[in-house]
Design a protein around this ligand. Structure first.
Ligand SMILES: *[C@@H]1O[C@H](CO)[C@@H](O)[C@H](O)[C@H]1NC(C)=O
Ligand SMILES: *[C@@H]1O[C@H](CO)[C@@H](O)[C@H](O)[C@H]1NC(C)=O
Ligand SMILES: *[C@@H]1O[C@H](CO)[C@@H](O)[C@H](O)[C@H]1NC(C)=O
Ligand SMILES: *[C@@H]1O[C@H](CO)[C@@H](O)[C@H](O)[C@H]1NC(C)=O
Ligand SMILES: *[C@@H]1O[C@H](CO)[C@@H](O)[C@H](O)[C@H]1NC(C)=O
Ligand SMILES: *[C@@H]1O[C@H](CO)[C@@H](O)[C@H](O)[C@H]1NC(C)=O
Length: 353
């Protein structure tokens, strides 16, 4: 016996009695029994020929099938951008492949380090390679808490393509870029965007600064929490989880601090009052997984059996308390690699405690 749930069926037709509430029907040999309750709670039990029940179900199904394509087809992917639900997404006409991110962070990490008006701001430059999937004349990128955009677009031969306009809409958190000509499907284009941003924000979202106390001093670190859609505070991007790409970051940070990101450092050079740290390209991943931390935290270090570098960073006064983490983290990583039969894809693992 199969139980079929029927909604919005008017039992009055069968019995001439007012009926409401939920109704459950049971499919018997050749009859469809509708168990219904009147608004007063009396049970009514009309018997309806099976053919009528089937016709009703088929009717509902046809109505459903007819309505579905009408509501899901969107001829113009931009026509509903003024609605909040739609600008959380961006049209998939352009699909990112690679991001190269350069940041210079003005972090007054300890007393005596002062960048004046530039305190807690950063200069950003991002190079985005994306593929045009459908010919279009509008590139939409997520971007928040950023200003001073300078945008250039190049085709796959490196020829600059002139732009008709570009503007940022704060309430939409979108950077609109309008090339003068139609982009061609199947071509990889490159965007160069210079911008500035800020991280004077104590609410632990996106890119933020967090204070900590060292002896009598108030010191600052920079950190990121980009889940679920705050990568846009760090760099303009297609900030949707399935628009995965590879990321290659370089960070210029105050001398005396270190920078930690998803992948291992490929270069650390000092240049006067600044240090430049470059990171290896990440595997293919979502924007929200990108991470960056700049602080003067010292670290302790060890390696897993397979040679993954494990570092535990912490405040200077707590560096002797990292023993437990340093002992457990590599053993856990070895255990999980074996348990899931899946090799950890990175060369290092950093813990900030
Ligand atoms: C930004 O977008 C909102 C919502 O779509 C719109 O109402 C507003 O006019 C736009 N502002 C600018 C400056 O374009
Ligand atoms: C910049 O930040 C540092 C550290 O918080 C502070 O000592 C300094 O006064 C700030 N400078 C300005 C101009 O606000
Ligand atoms: C944009 O950023 C790049 C990389 O930092 C830099 O070389 C270039 O001079 C910047 N362009 C402008 C106009 O600021
Ligand atoms: C966090 O701080 C930023 C910058 O000050 C602000 O734009 C944003 O609205 C804040 N977010 C929340 C959830 O308070
Ligand atoms: C480095 O910083 C110190 C103190 O903040 C300043 O006196 C000096 O001029 C800076 N050096 C360079 C090369 O900017
Ligand atoms: C950590 O331990 C070393 C060796 O015992 C000691 O010299 C050092 O002062 C300790 N550091 C802190 C911050 O406690």
């Amino acid at each position: 016996m199969r139980v079929v749930r029927v909604t919005a069926f008017d039992a009055r037709a069968a019995r001439g009695k007012p009926a409401a509430c939920h109704r459950m029907g049971q499919l018997e040999k050749d009859r469809f029994r509708l168990v219904a309750y009147t608004t007063l709670g009396h049970r009514i039990d009309p018997r309806i020929p099976l053919s009528i029940a089937w016709m009703t179900l088929m009717g509902l199904l046809i109505v459903f099938l007819l309505l579905t394509p009408l509501t899901s087809i969107r001829l113009n992917p931009y026509d509903r951008l003024d609605q909040i639900f739609d600008h959380l997404q961006v049209p998939r006409e352009n699909v990112p492949k690679h991001y190269e991110i350069n940041l210079k962070v003005f972090l007054p990490y300890r007393p005596g380090v002062d960048y004046g008006k530039r305190n807690f701001t950063f200069d950003g430059f991002v190079k985005i390679i994306f593929r045009c999937e459908t010919p279009n004349r509008k590139i939409l990128l997520h971007s928040a808490r950023q200003l001073g955009f300078r945008v250039q677009l190049f085709d796959d031969l490196g020829k600059e393509i002139s732009l008709q306009d570009h503007y940022h809409n704060h309430s939409q958190e979108l950077l609109h870029i309008q090339p003068a000509d139609l982009l061609t499907a199947g071509v990889d284009y490159t965007l160069h965007i210079n911008y500035t941003g800020g991280f004077d924000n104590g609410n632990f979202t996106g890119i933020y600064s967090a204070p900590y106390r060292h002896e009598t001093e108030k010191r600052w670190m920079l950190a990121t929490h980009l889940q679920s859609m705050d990568a846009r505070t760090l760099f303009p991007c297609f900030d949707i989880p399935d628009a995965k790409a590879k990321f290659k970051a370089t960070v210029e940070h105050p001398f005396g601090t270190n920078a930690v990101s998803n992948t291992i450092e490929t270069l650390v050079v000092n240049n006067g009052n600044w240090t430049i740290t470059a990171f290896k390209e990440t595997p293919l991943m979502s924007t929200y997984l990108f991470a960056l931390c700049v602080s003067d935290f010292p670290y302790t270090e060890t390696h897993t059996l397979k040679g993954v570098r494990v570092r535990v960073y912490t405040e200077p006064s707590k560096v002797n308390d990292t023993g437990t983490a340093l002992d457990i983290v590599p053993r856990l990583l070895d255990f999980y690699e074996d348990y899931f039969q899946y090799e950890y894809p990175l060369m290092k693992l950093g813990e900030l405690i």
